[in-house]
Write a protein that binds this ligand. Sequence first.
Ligand SMILES: [Zn+2]
Length: 269
Amino acid sequence: MALFVHAVLPMAAVLFSGTVAVAQSTMQKPLLEDIATGKTRVIDLSYALSDKLVPWPSDAKAFEAKVNATVEKNGYFTRSFWMLEHYGTHMDAPAHFPPGTTTVDKIPAEKFFGPAVILDVRSESDRDPDYELTLKRIEAWEANHGKIPAGAIVLLRTGWASRWPDVARYRNQDANGKMHFPGFSVEAAKVLLARKVSGLGCDTLSIDPGNSSNFPVHHLVLGAGVYQLENLADLKDLPESGAFLIAAPIKLEGGSGGPVRVFALMAEK
Ligand SMILES: [Zn+2]
C-alpha cells in the first residue's frame, strides 16, 4: 500500500571521522574534512525520483508529483508528491518481509554508516542473467581484502545499472513474465549475516534474483533485522574495498521501507 510522502528527503548528518576500521586495504581512507578540498570524493548512488523510473511489474502507479504553488502566482514554488515506498533507489526495512519487524524509522541510525564491500559479479552476470552470488566469490574477496568486517554494507555489483531506466532491459522478462537478473543466494546471504553486516544492497530491482518467486533472501535477511538497498545507481567507480557508505533513508513512521539517499566516500586517487 502506498503512503503519501510530503516535502524533501532527509540528508545524512555526516559524522564520519575517517577512523572507522575497514578490511585490509592499501587505499588511503577518506576523511570527512577532506570533502570540501576534493581529496575525499563523494559518489551519489541514488537515482533522482520521477515518474520515469522502473517500477516492480505489479506496481501500476508508483510516483506522482504535483505543483502546489508557483512563483508567478504565489511568490514561491512548492510541490507535493506521492510514491510507493519501494520505488527507485530505496531501502527495505525488516518489517517489509516477515519475520522481520523493524519499520524504517526504527532502524538504529548507526547502521546507516559502514565500510563498503563491493562484490563484483559483472562478468558472471553478463554470461548468466540468473546468476546467484556464490560462496567462492565471497571467499575470493576475503582472500584479497581480509574478513568482511562487522558493520559492513555489502553491495552486489552486477552491472545492471547500465540498463537503467530501460524498463524492458532492466526487468528482462521472458514470455511468461518471469524476470531475469542476478542476485544474492541464500547460502551467500547466510555467510554475510554471520559476518554481522549492517545491510545488503544491489544495482537491480531486488536482492533476490529476478526469477525468484518466494524471495528466500528477503525472508532471511530482513528476518535477521538487516536492511536492504535496491536499485542502487552505477557502482562502477567504487573500489572493492576502502570506500565508506552512508545510507540515509526517509524517516517514515511505520514504513516498510522508503526512498534512500546513498553516498560512497572514498579517497581521491
Ligand atoms: Zn524493496
